[in-house]
Design a protein. Sequence first.
Length: 117
Amino acid sequence: MIKLVAAVRRRPGMTHAEYAEYIENVHGEIALADTLTVRKYVQNHVLDGAYGALGDVGYQVTLPRDSVTELYFDDLESMGQTFADPYTREVVGPDAVNFSDQPAALAPSRTTPGGGG
């Protein structure tokens, strides 16, 4: 099992609320319209006001990302098929300019021995 994690920061000039609305209701729908070889698609959102509510320094967390998206694939071949597919290359990928600060995106990947999650 391959898990691809993309930690994304919103496009400059976009509010956090605009970003959350777009990635969930527009980009999410685009991504789910044709999942190809994606076994699981998860969006994790950073919530405004979740941290820093108290004056205590321990509560003040700076997280320079607005969401983390997880994509799960059976293997590297499946992942390659999805990213090589015309739908991904012509629709899903290009949509990122509408919401993300692409130069700031992070996308490490993890392989789980034995296929576990």
